[in-house]
Design a protein around this ligand. Sequence first.
Ligand code: HEM
Length: 309
Amino acid sequence: LIPDELDPPDHTKYRALLNPMFAPGTVSKMTQDVRAQAVSLIGRLAEQSGCEFMGSFAKPFPVSIFLRLMGLPLEQMATFLKWEADALHSETMEPKIAAIRAIHDRLIEAIEERRREPRDDLISHALKARIDGRPLTQSELVGFGVMMFLAGLDTVSSALGLFFKHLALHPEQQADLRARPARIAPAVDEMLRAFPVVTTNRRVMQDVELSGVHMKAGDWVTIQTSSATLDPAEHADPRRVDFDRQNKASGVFAYGPHRCLGSHLARLELRIALEEWTSRLPLFHIHPGSKPLLHGGSVFGVDRLELAW
Ligand code: HEM
């Protein structure tokens, strides 16, 4: 979120500005919109007896929410999906850079449109915002949009992929959610705990030694903090998914100043996806003969998940 060319304000000032846009009350007003996107994607599957879940739902669903929030046309879905895939999953740097540049340019275009004609979307709200009494610079506005894109899409897709893979392999738990939809919200929390997807990275600010490991100022470190939710000292039999587990609350959205801005939106998207799938489509399982394909990386997730029903 922090632009290079300014002496940036404290990160907490950015968060003070953005937090209200993603607070529980604001997010709950998005429920209808989020549900409409889920219903529209699932509607297309109702006539089928199976699908590749990632391409048919897990990837387009959060992108459709992002487009709605930013006031961008849903018709650009395929373009944004391609940019997302290139930016986050290319093996080489060139397509990554080209995709980020393309997102950057598309956001600048949208910012200019909203300056001329404000609407009820996040770009228009960000244009009205003030930090230290001044409006956000173009680079801060674009930084906000790119951050939303990078932080809010792959994470939700990955969580959906891992949740649905688990439910496909555990029909008794899927049947439980179908019979008692009120259990979907706690089930989301429990599956978030059991399947942490994000690995965080930090730059070392000063030379330090930690448990015999020397780190130098400027080094990058990868910190698997989210796997604390699999700590057997905190969670008995941590790999077991138990919707009745009491201490589901966990650090999957991290702690402190960089705690996930979109945690309430993420939970809403995951809950609604499960509610609509279980109420509209029959019990699903892994397509016979297929194998889910997973990937590692800074966001752990699923490449292919063939479901049948
Ligand atoms: C299951 C879904 C998600 C998970 C597991 C997740 C997890 C996380 C984690 C662990 C961090 C901390 C990263 C760090 O400290 O380096 C983070 C930060 C962030 N997340 Fe999420 N996230 C999810 C969905 C979303 C969504 C839907 C949005 C969209 C608004 C979002 C926006 C952000 C932003 C903007 C940050 C950076 C916050 C800051 O640096 O102040 N996330 N997320």
